[in-house]
Design a binder for this molecule. Structure first.
Ligand code: CDP
Length: 245
């Protein structure tokens, strides 16, 4: 059994009262910030699926389980880490036991370990149902790598965000260091992102790729407001989107 869940039909439910919107894309394309704001404007809840993968990485590192042993992790071992999602205003918190995880999820150690961990089939299977349960009621904006392809293949709206590598590296550096990178720093940051992208797109299971029929938005030259508006306007122009509050 996966984190914080009961046994249920693992297949994504088709009959939902409210729609699901998925946002997938590579690191630094602006998925999480965009998803959060799109959800806020539409009155939906935001699920940052990457936070679940990061939480498990954090838990394993904190427990001192070395990366070399991760391929041997079974569902039974993973169950010992009490990781769960808790719905709060507009989003889900990720808990490890009673501890709410926030900044610790974005440490360099977690960022370096999360991609190899998320390529493991046992890990993906273990986290799948928690994500689907988060979508059971609908009214969800979910961001990640495989939201539109694997987790919510019946989502009403699928978005694929892209941006060129330099811009993604600049944003990530700025976000972390609160300043723009020097040309040398930009090269280092871009290298890290490129390596993670290659792993995420190259893995066998649930690789990062654009879902069929997804709306592709290149955010390289878009302001935050513009990229949010493109998605919100797209949704509001759909039959059901017109009736949203
Ligand atoms: O925010 P950023 O795009 O850097 O990453 P994230 O969304 O926090 O995801 C961190 C890592 O978790 C990714 O690089 C993937 O390896 C993995 N991940 C995944 O495999 N599938 C998802 N649905 C979400 C994240």
């Amino acid at each position: 059994m996966g984190p914080g869940m009961q046994l249920r039909d693992p297949v994504e439910k088709k009959a939902r009262r409210h729609p699901i919107i998925t946002l997938d894309g590579p690191a630094g394309s602006g998925k999480s910030t965009t998803a959060r704001e799109v959800a806020r404007r539409l009155g939906f809840r935001h699920l940052d699926s990457g936070a679940l993968y990061r939480a498990l990485t954090f838990a394993l590192l904190s427990a001192g389980i070395p990366e070399g042993e991760w391929p041997g992790l079974s569902a039974e071992i993973l169950d010992r880490f009490s990781i769960r999602l808790r719905p709060v205003e507009g989003r889900f918190q990720v808990l490890l036991g009673d501890r709410v995880l926030e900044e610790e999820l974005r440490s360099p150690e977690v960022t370096a370990g999360v991609s190899p961990l998320s390529a493991l089939p046992a890990v993906r299977a273990w986290l799948l149902e928690a994500q689907r349960r988060a979508g059971e009621e609908g009214g969800l904006v979910a961001d990640g790598r495989d939201m539109g392809t694997v987790v919510f293949p019946h989502a009403e709206v699928k978005v694929f965000l892209i941006a060129d590598l330099r811009e993604r590296a600049r944003r990530r550096f700025l976000e972390r260091e609160n300043r723009n990178p020097s040309p040398e720093e930009l090269v280092v940051e871009a290298g890290r992102i490129q390596e993670r992208d290659a792993r995420d797109s190259g893995r066998q299971l649930a690789p990062l790729k654009k879902a069929d029929g997804a709306l592709e938005v290149d955010t390289s030259d878009l302001s935050f407001e513009a990229q949010v508006s493109i998605i919100v306007n797209f949704v509001r122009n759909l039959d059901w989107g017109r009736h949203l509050p």
